[in-house]
Design a protein. Structure first.
Length: 401
């Protein structure tokens, strides 16, 4: 076996306190004792990344973002503070539609430049995999541009990108008189074209009374399944339409948000293995008061993931550690659950559980190093960034700091 690097540090939650791993190519080839690794590395002349005293976790995974878009929504933020609700603004043609206008008007490089700033912030906090949704183009060319920006970011930067076609996000004004025609295009030629171009890992729909119905969402899930694509569903953010049940019925990888989730919905998710993606920074931004039923999800053994939902309207947040903090403080997750939510369970939400999200032999060597006293400190600080370094696909992004 060709060992390129070894790393020594502490692995949290019942794992090794004086651990080391060996990296071969992009993968973890061996895990064992730090002392053994040090002498082995010395004897064989293999470089050793000494992270003694630092904690090592799997590289963090942000499994739900909309980080490529044009413009911003700071004016709407002010309107909401003056009493307008998110739904009222959306119904008046603002909200998602204003970002759609700004996104359609933006060039590839403008979209790229603004997304890069947000992505770098995520990466600085130990993120090694990020899911990016389209959904602010809502016409074929603009949706394609968003997905191409997402792909390009993943090719240029040391981070793995999963691309999701959020075709059913909002109804664009040119289809106001013919919803069905819009849904047919999204689920037919647009999806087929984008998938054929290799730009779609999964689809998504905003299933909500201000957005798309259960029937419309089902049409997209059926089309995706016909093409062998995975699916996510924005479910139960503002009301319970039964979207979690629908997502489960179609074997979606995840149902996301879930502030309004019934016991039947949680049971359906458990039976289907659909991951609950919790988005506490969106809940916080909208000043919602009904948190997702974490106890119900826990009791039903539904895996819980935590993500930023990074988007200009409801979650202008590019800090996954902040989302982990709020998953604890607002939703009642334990720090260990929050960390599982951004590692192994987030990997599952993307269908990547055999690749990333765990420190184990055979998994990809995606690691984050932390200068903290104990693992719960990852969730403790607000605006603190204890990340001391990152390894992506077996290569350090820079020096440990
Ligand atoms: N749910 C959300 O929180 C975002 N999209 C969605 O389906 C909000 C999108 C926006 O307001 O721009
Ligand atoms: Fe979202």
């Amino acid at each position: 076996m060709n060992i390129a690097t070894m790393v020594a540090g502490r692995i949290p939650y019942g794992k090794l306190e004086h651990a080391a791993l060996a990296v071969s190519g992009e993968r973890i080839a061996w895990i064992g004792d730090a002392e053994e690794a040090r002498s082995g590395a010395r004897a064989a002349g293999i470089p050793l990344e000494e992270a003694e005293g630092l904690w090592m976790t799997p590289g963090l995974i942000d499994c739900h973002t909309h980080l490529v878009y044009g413009g911003n929504r700071v004016a709407e933020f002010e309107q909401r503070l003056c009493g307008a609700s998110y739904e009222e603004i959306a119904r008046a043609g603002g909200g998602i539609q204003s970002t759609v206008r700004a996104t359609r008007a933006a060039t590839f490089s403008q979209l790229h430049e603004s997304a890069l700033i947000r992505l770098r912030r995520l990466m600085a906090e130990g993120v090694t995999t990020v899911e990016i949704k389209s959904g602010y183009g809502l016409e074929l060319a603009a949706e394609r541009r968003l997905l191409e920006v997402a792909r390009d970011l993943g090719e240029r930067l040391p981070v793995s990108v999963r691309k999701t076609f959020l075709g059913l996000h909002a109804l664009p004004p040119e289809f106001a008189a013919d919803r069905q025609e819009f849904v047919n295009r999204v689920c037919g030629p647009w999806l087929e074209t984008l998938a054929a171009a290799g730009l779609v890992d999964a689809v998504d729909a905003f299933c909500e009374n201000i957005a798309f119905s259960l029937e419309e969402t089902a049409q997209l899930l059926e089309a995706a399944s016909g093409l062998g694509l995975a699916a996510h569903v924005h479910a139960g953010q503002l009301s319970d339409l039964g979207a979690a049940e629908l997502a489960s019925k179609w074997g979606a990888l995840s149902a996301d948000h879930l502030e309004y989730l019934s016991a039947a919905g949680a049971r359906a998710m458990a039976a289907a293995g659909t991951v609950a993606v919790l988005l506490p920074t969106a809940y916080f931004t909208l000043r919602q008061t009904t948190p997702p039923p974490a106890g119900l999800l826990r009791d039903a053994a539904v895996p819980m993931a935590v993500a930023t939902d990074c988007n200009p309207g409801t979650s202008p947040c590019s800090s996954l550690l902040t989302a982990m903090n709020m998953a604890c403080t607002l939703f009642g997750l334990t720090p260990e659950e929050a960390l599982r939510g951004t590692t192994c369970n987030a990997a599952r939400a993307l269908g990547l559980q055999d690749e990333v999200g765990k420190i184990a032999v055979g998994m990809r060597a995606d690691l984050a190093f932390w200068r903290i006293e104990r693992p719960a400190e990852l969730c403790y600080g607000l605006g603190a960034n204890p990340c001391a370094g990152v390894m992506h696909r077996g290569r350090m992004r820079g020096e440990l700091n």
